[in-house]
Design a protein around this ligand. Structure first.
Ligand SMILES: [Zn+2]
Length: 269
């Protein structure tokens, strides 16, 4: 297992652990001006294939707690607290954001992603807001909050659809998000819309795989590798084997998306 070199940062300390290089650094909040200690991850170990909704595989999967920083004073949530665009302080000070911060029934990490989603939605970045909302759903999965996971998945799909027309890759992903939410009718309709066009291989396999899951009423998570032929037909690939080269992209699925992940797996057949 290889590790990236430890970054050199004045005023920061880094250690290497199972999830990569986790560092702690002092950072000044661009919204309220208060300083706080924040942890960051600078690189992960080898990355397995993502889920079909692009939730990263391990080891990046275990680093979600480090994708966003949150100011303990004002509650601002961002990949970097020392950066904030002009409209953001007003969003953070606003009633809806304060109410969200006070919503103690949500898992704290999910709340952090939802805070980020609210900022992104208010600043017009609807697809990024959808991503952050989906990330909150992943936290709900991990904390066994099925109702919240379903609600946030449906919100994520709505945000994807409110933004610019989703590209083919996002449309395939929306099938999976709807299926995971138990919205089988909506997932099937999205799959049908895709099948009316010409789907390149191996995207057609993913849609066919989703079709089978929808027919079976299956809401479970599957990795991208599951949609491809079984490992027996691909002797060089283990089911969730390592796929090197997925860079750490904090706050995103990393690795360049669904099609890039499929291409990586296909190349290794
Ligand atoms: Zn602050």
């Amino acid at each position: 297992m290889t590790r990236r070199a430890l970054p050199r940062a004045l005023g920061s300390s880094y250690r290497s652990d199972a999830m990569g290089n986790v560092g702690e650094t002092s950072i000044t909040c661009a919204v309220c001006g208060r300083e706080s200690r924040q942890r960051q991850v600078r690189g992960t170990g080898p990355a397995g294939p993502p889920d079909l909704d692009l939730r990263p595989g391990e080891t990046m999967r275990s680093t979600m707690a480090y994708w966003l920083q949150q100011c303990p004073t004002c509650g601002y949530a961002a990949p970097r607290l020392d950066e904030a665009g002009e409209p953001i302080p007003a969003v953070v000070a606003g009633g809806p954001y304060r109410a969200l911060l006070a919503e103690v029934s949500y898992p704290p990490l999910a709340r952090r992603f939802l805070c980020r989603a609210m900022i992104l939605e208010e600043t017009g970045e609807l697809h990024a807001a959808a991503e952050a909302t989906l990330q909150a759903a992943w936290v709900a999965d991990d904390t066994r909050k099925a109702d919240l996971a379903r609600e946030w998945r449906l919100t994520a799909v709505a945000l994807f659809r409110q933004g610019p027309a989703p590209d083919l890759e996002q449309q395939v992903r929306i099938v999976d998000i709807l299926r995971r939410a138990g919205e089988f009718g909506g997932a099937a309709a999205q799959a049908s819309a895709l099948e009316r066009g010409r789907l390149p291989e191996p995207v057609d396999r993913v849609v066919a795989f989703e079709r089978r899951l929808i027919a079976a009423g299956d809401v479970r998570a599957y990795s991208v590798a599951s949609a491809l032929p079984p490992p027996a037909a691909r002797p060089h690939v283990s089911h969730r084997g390592p796929t090197p080269g997925i860079p750490l992209t904090r706050g995103s699925a990393g690795g360049g998306g669904l099609f890039a992940a499929l291409r990586r797996l296909f190349r290794r057949r």
